[in-house]
Design a protein around this ligand. Structure first.
Ligand SMILES: Cc1cc2nc3c(=O)[nH]c(=O)nc-3n(C[C@H](O)[C@H](O)[C@H](O)COP(=O)(O)O)c2cc1C
Length: 204
């Protein structure tokens, strides 16, 4: 399908990788396109197959398709800047994790130290599946934790990580000043700044 709003992708990996990784990026201009529940469930299904410590799978998602009862409270729980563009997304989903788990054979909940790490992996699966399925996603840490927790009725022992906008790319001209000119795939630190052969002293 041709891109109605072509934006050059200047991302150049330093080592060979599948183009999927540089094709995924987080736009803000969304097209107010309808999304069916099965389309969204495909993204969540990819998240479901993420790895987790002891296969605990403590990631949790609450989603709203545009028009759902949850849509407006979830949108309004975002900070004002995020609301200006996320309102044109097709779906919003709150990403949370359960911080406690009950290991097999135990009777009490114990802290699960990898709940956030594992949920990050699930979010990455979801984002990459979105690219494969022709959607774009944009995670937002800019939300009011109390308002989002209230909107999704966050259960005890759960923590919110972000709200994700899912949609089809729209016209960058629809964005407010400050966002319009930034509407393009960004770059990355050199690999040498984040990975070292040997101890991490080499990264300081
Ligand atoms: C946990 C998390 C929180 C983020 N919060 C926001 C946000 O509140 N508002 C926003 O516009 N972008 C937000 N972003 C998007 C990042 O700025 C973006 O992913 C980063 O610049 C890398 O760009 P890319 O996703 O296009 O590769 C967030 C991303 C993540 C993963």
């Amino acid at each position: 399908m041709s891109d109605a709003f072509p934006i050059p992708n200047t991302r150049k990996p330093d080592h060979p990788i599948d183009p999927l990784f540089t094709t995924r990026w987080s736009p803000r201009a969304f097209a107010d396109a309808p999304m069916s529940e099965p389309e969204l469930l495909t993204l969540l299904e990819a998240a479901r197959w993420a790895p987790s410590a002891q296969n605990a799978q403590e990631w949790r998602f609450a989603y709203a398709l545009r028009g759902d009862a949850l849509w407006q409270p979830l949108l309004e729980s975002l900070n004002a800047k995020n609301q200006t563009w996320a309102k044109n997304a097709s779906a919003l989903l709150a990403v949370a994790s359960r911080t406690m788990a009950m290991p097999k054979g135990d009777e009490a909940l114990v802290p699960n130290p990898s709940h956030a790490f594992d949920t990050g992996a699930a979010w990455a699966h979801l984002a990459l599946q979105a690219t494969l399925s022709g959607w774009h996603v944009h995670a937002m840490g800019g939300f009011n934790p109390e308002a989002t927790a209230k909107a999704v009725q966050l259960p005890p022992h759960h923590v919110l990580h972000c709200v994700v906008a899912v949609g089809k790319r729209g016209d960058p001209a629809s964005l407010p000043d400050g966002f319009r000119e930034r509407e393009a795939p960004n770059g990355r630190k050199p690999l040498s700044e984040i990975a070292v052969r040997g101890t991490m002293q080499g990264l300081l």
